[in-house]
Design a protein around this ligand. Structure first.
Ligand SMILES: Nc1ncnc2c1ncn2[C@@H]1O[C@H](COP(=O)(O)OP(=O)(O)O)[C@@H](O)[C@H]1O
Ligand SMILES: [Mg+2]
Length: 348
């Protein structure tokens, strides 16, 4: 697993007045998915392409596992970095298996037999049964299937990093949503460090552990979906993520984010309470609370810590965190939950 650190990374094209990427500094921890969002021209693609050296920085460093990428051989570097783009870029005269093998063949180090096994394994991973798909040509695939092959190809050499540049941007809404679900599923299996460019904020909220907001080459904010929705640094970020959109927060924040805030559920008999799956959203949890009339849900987590509950008051408190000026200024944070639990308690 690999960490990516951007250190004052800057790119100026030719003699242009403003850098395309301007002294950007942040770190993506190993195994995390970081979404790069921002308007067209914000510098997202340029930042991404400096990681695998398709673009050379003007100044600054990108450090992967302690090594400056500029000190690496570009071909060797790209063996550890998968790259997926919107246009997919499959070779039309090669079948699916050949298209998936080609990266590994170019970078070398894989035997024919090992590669054949790898192709089938990857096709299974991306949801294309090998027997049915390995001999098809790109023109015999839908847009979504082509993108699955593109993802398989990016994973052939088992890279530790995946760079994805608007990979689902050309797909229809339903296929796009399916591909997002697939990526979440695949990522649970493979745990790559992913940098994913999108201009779709809902995609960023759905897929990202971290979201980096870029504007005019600069990094405006780096944070979790929760940070961006509840504590945007300025009005520009607030507008971009829709921080005042309660439904969006309900949909994209995990119920687990409300669990801490729910310790005030009081003594409850765990046996009688409905369960809340670990990946449920706040909306899922809220609907279950309303439907069942239960006072709290028991949050299911892998570890044996038993007493994490999700209540309407906790959900309310999470939603309102950071919205009131007083609560943001409060050094103790106590004011944060006071009005919220009051109103939430009224609902209860
Ligand atoms: N090869 C290039 N030559 C000159 N300018 C470029 C080049 N690539 C990108 N730019 C400029 O850099 C800025 C950032 O572009 P880009 O990284 O593609 O933005 P994004 O992916 O966020 O839409 C834009 O102003 C764009 O015009
Ligand atoms: Mg771009």
């Amino acid at each position: 697993m690999t960490e990516i650190a951007f250190e004052a990374i800057t790119k100026r094209f030719g003699s242009s007045a403003r850098p395309a990427v301007d002294a950007v500094t942040f770190t993506v921890p190993a195994g995390h998915t970081c979404m790069l969002v921002g308007k067209s021209g914000a510098g997202k693609t340029t930042l991404l392409r400096m990681v695998n050296r398709l673009i050379e920085p003007t100044s600054g460093r990108i450090v992967i596992d302690g090594k400056n990428v500029l000190d690496e051989d570009p071909i060797e570097l790209r063996r550890h970095i998968g790259y997926v783009i919107q246009q997919v870029g499959l070779f039309p005269h090669m079948n699916v298996a050949e298209n998936i093998r080609v990266t590994a063949e170019v970078t070398g180090g894989w035997s024919k037999k090992r590669l054949a096994g790898r192709v089938d394994e990857l096709l299974d991973l991306v949801g294309l049964p090998p027997v049915e798909y390995r001999h098809r040509f790109p023109r015999q695939l839908s847009g979504g299937q082509q993108q699955r092959v593109g993802l398989a190809r990016a994973l052939t050499t088992d890279p530790t990093i995946l760079l994805m540049d608007e990979p689902f941007g050309a797909l229809d809404a339903i296929t796009r949503s399916q591909m997002q679900d697939e990526l979440l599923r695949i990522q649970r299996d493979v745990r790559k460090t992913i940098l994913f460019v999108t201009h779709d904020i809902e995609e960023a909220l759905k897929l990202g552990d971290l979201i980096a907001v870029m504007h005019q080459g600069g990094l405006m904010q780096l944070g979790s979906p929760m940070d961006l929705l509840t504590r945007p640094v300025d009005d520009m970020v607030a507008r971009l993520v829709g921080s005042d959109n309660i439904l969006r927060a309900l949909q994209y924040l995990k119920a687990a984010t409300a669990a801490e805030a729910s310790h005030s559920a009081g003594p409850v008999n765990k046996e009688d309470l409905p369960l809340c799956p670990p990946d449920a959203s706040l909306l899922d949890a809220m609907l279950k609370l309303i439907e069942t009339g239960a006072r709290a849900l028991v949050l299911q987590s892998g570890d044996p810590s038993p007493d994490r509950h999700v209540t309407l008051a906790g959900i309310f408190s999470t939603l309102t965190k950071g919205h009131s000026r007083e609560s943001r200024c409060s050094p103790s944070g106590e004011q944060e939950s006071a009005p919220a639990s009051g109103r939430g308690a009224a609902i209860l």
